[in-house]
Write a protein that binds this ligand. Structure first.
Ligand SMILES: CSCCC(=O)C(=O)COP(=O)(O)O
Ligand code: MG
Length: 230
């Protein structure tokens, strides 16, 4: 039977430490230059203006940069921040400043599932362009051809069941034929509420204390993609 496998990125296919220790500091450092050089471009300005409005005041770019750097430090999953981070990381990937970390077991399983005819899609708080750069410039090379669709928080928050119902509808799949993989139980709860199958990916590198049965809240738990049977 063909399954659609919908996967999260950070903490599931790739390590949290790569995101927090490489990507976030890179975006924080490059943000002032990026806003200075590209802040006039409509696709950039749109997000900067949204941040200014939400900050509650007419503010200049220096303040917007400070607000965004604060959000990076707090790991805010804000759509405007994620869109801007994605544009900054794109420069880093193109200049080969880094490649994206993907766990070897995830690389092997995604390739195997694709070869077996399963459909693969991504749902992450990272913007769709950031997701495409991530898998297009991974440690294992270009993984983009494996995936047929990418979703970010423009479809809705990852802890809301309605987002998963929307994704199922856009994929033209019954929710029961979709398997969602994530490291965050609240995301799995929302996907299950929408009718999807779920697996908690509990990476020991990211979560040294394995989640207890109570913490798993009824979701199947694995510590590697090797243990997932789609
Ligand atoms: C591929 S984007 C980099 C990761 C990121 O910014 C992020 O917020 C990832 O969150 P996820 O939903 O994949 O856990
Ligand atoms: Mg995650």
């Amino acid at each position: 039977m063909t399954t659609t496998i919908l996967t999260d990125i950070e903490g599931t296919t790739g390590s949290i430490s790569f995101v927090r220790e490489v990507l976030f500091p890179y975006a924080r450092r490059e943000l002032p230059r990026f806003v200075r050089e590209r802040g006039h471009e409509p696709d950039v300005r749109r997000w900067l203006d949204q941040v200014a409005t939400e900050h509650g005041a007419m503010c200049d770019d220096a303040v917007i940069v400070e607000v965004l750097q604060g959000w990076i430090d707090e790991d805010r999953k804000h759509t405007a921040l994620k869109a801007l981070q994605g544009m900054i990381w794109a420069d880093g990937y193109r200049r080969a400043d880094f490649t994206a970390h993907v766990y070897p077991d995830a690389v092997a399983a995604l390739r195997r599932w694709h070869a077996d005819g399963h459909r693969l899609a991504v749902y992450s708080s990272g913007s769709v362009p950031a997701q495409r750069m991530f898998f297009g410039h991974s440690d294992a090379g270009d993984m983009l051809p494996l995936f047929e669709a990418f979703f970010d928080t423009e479809v809705g928050g990852k802890r809301e069941a309605a987002s998963y119902a929307r994704i199922a509808s856009e994929l033209g799949a019954d929710p029961g034929a979709i398997l969602f993989l994530s490291d965050v139980v609240a995301e799995l709860d929302a996907a299950r509420e929408a009718g999807m199958r779920t697996v908690l990916v509990d990476r020991l590198e990211d979560y040294p204390q394995p989640r207890s049965a109570a913490e798993c809240n009824g979701h199947a738990r694995v510590d590697s993609f090797d243990a997932i049977d789609p």
